[in-house]
Ligand binder design. Structure first.
Ligand code: C5P
Length: 436
């Protein structure tokens, strides 16, 4: 289940032109299952109306702390207590200054002061206002106190100027909200490495051998790990997808580059999930110049023969080098078009994996390019779980459920061993104290 499902959020919208983008944010948060209480500052209402947000969130919208019925005055403390996250997007320099100095002269700043929930701030303003030492000092102060600041982006501003200060896209704001909401999840403090997408093996400077992997499943796995508190390194092959917020991306376009990136990233990591579709073969040699039809042996009309060699089997090499990566949980994928079970089980043992995620990519609604997937999980201990067809994001959650269970098991074993060792040591020192 997504970290947003059922989450209680207060979204504060302040008086900048980017306020119109907050409507999309509230819509997407609500669609993802969050309960969103929107608070507009007085100046925000000059740009957007409460009705827009009430319609999108399907909840009352708050504007005036001082309205005469007293409902808002009473509600602001409840909202502060109920919120799991307060997200201010867009945040003007004025509201940032008020938040930094603990002022509470309207509904939003009063809630921000009364809540124990984490604060996420997305500044959006004209470049000079953002760069001003006062704004920067206020942001630094908020950061020091634990607020999460979503960096504004460079681009075209409402003034027509190009510069820093744009409100990031909704997807980025959603990513930040998810990351902060999940910071204490069951992967908190863990470092996970995820590979995604297909590789491209060069034939000449313009051609390559690739595959149909979109990277969607791997990216969903990386996002889901971030939403459970993990530090995530995402090693990406060929993919069109944007880097998820808060995830460290390393581009590795070929099997060899991916092998090197995986070995480097896994030092000290807790989990490796190899969801990338890595080429098994690569051209023996890469032509320095574009191969011409006429230059092929036999002349124009003759076919081209490519000689391919094996690429490194990354999971195979990781298995052989397991001593270098103590405690690393390794998850592999098996994208097959036939005999899924045999292939899954064979991969589990041959590559020494803790979990294999197998899918029949020839089935509709499954595998490459699709938004959904039907997978079977093969566990090292012999368990097999056939999952129904579901969104790739949901498959990602199931994989992390399985891995979190393994990590907890490792933790229990480690504690048991440590206490057994401490017990032995304890008796030795007892004996020693008797000897002296
Ligand atoms: O052996 P096969 O390529 O079918 O295994 C698939 C699994 O192995 C996937 O997890 C894939 O990312 C990984 N793999 C690898 N190195 C390769 C090819 C695949 O680690 N050269």
């Amino acid at each position: 289940m997504s970290v947003l499902q059922g989450a209680r959020l207060v979204v504060g919208v302040t008086g900048g032109i980017a306020a119109y983008k907050a409507a999309d944010l509230v819509s997407k948060l609500t669609q993802a299952g969050a309960l969103v209480d929107v608070v507009l500052t007085a100046r925000a209402q000059e740009f957007v109306t409460p009705l827009t947000f009430a319609t999108l969130s399907q909840r009352p919208v708050w504007t005036d702390l001082w309205e005469p019925t007293g409902t808002a005055a009473a509600r602001h403390i409840e909202l502060a207590a109920e919120a799991q996250l307060v997200l201010v997007a867009p945040a003007t320099a004025n509201t940032i200054a008020k938040l930094a100095h603990g002022m509470a002269d309207d509904m939003l700043t009063a809630i921000a002061l009364a809540t124990a929930a984490p604060l996420v701030i997305a500044p959006a303003m004209e470049t000079h206002m953002l760069a001003h030492p006062a704004t920067q000092a206020n942001l630094a102060l908020l950061r020091e106190r634990g607020a999460h600041i979503v960096p504004s982006e460079e681009g075209r501003l409402a003034s027509g100027m190009l510069g820093a200060g744009r409100l990031p896209e909704t997807a980025t704001l959603l990513g930040a909200a998810r990351m902060v909401l999940g910071a204490r999840g069951n992967l908190a403090g863990r470092h996970v490495v995820v590979t995604a997408g297909g590789t491209q093996e060069a034939i000449d400077p313009v051609r390559y051998i690739g595959n149909r992997s979109s990277g969607r499943q791997g990216f969903a796995i990386a996002e889901a790990a971030r939403d459970r508190g993990a530090a995530v390194t995402l090693i990406a092959g060929a993919t069109e997808l944007a880097t998820p917020y808060g995830v460290t991306r390393v581009d590795a376009p070929t099997a060899q580059a991916m092998r090197d990136a995986v070995f480097a990233a896994c030092a000290g990591a807790d989990v490796l999930v190899m969801s990338a579709a890595v080429a098994d073969f690569t051209p023996e040699t890469v032509a320095e110049q574009k191969i011409k039809k006429r230059a092929v042996a036999g002349g124009d009309g003759a076919g081209l023969v490519l000689r391919l060699k094996r690429t490194p089997d990354i999971l195979g090499e990781m298995h052989a080098a397991a001593d270098q990566f103590p405690g690393l949980i390794r998850v592999g994928f098996a994208a097959e078009t036939q005999q899924l079970r045999e292939a899954g089980l064979e991969k589990l043992t041959r590559k020494g994996l803790d979990l294999v995620v197998a899918n029949d990519v020839s089935q509709p609604g499954s595998g490459f390019g699709s938004m959904t997937n039907t997978v079977t999980l093969f566990y090292k201990d012999g368990r097999v779980a056939d999952l129904a067809n579901m969104a790739k994001s949901e498959v990602a959650e199931r994989i992390w459920d399985a891995v979190a269970e393994m990590l907890a098991q490792h933790e229990r074993e480690k504690t048991r061993k440590d206490s057994a060792r401490a017990g032995v040591k304890g008796s030795t020192s007892d004996e020693q104290s008797r000897w002296h």
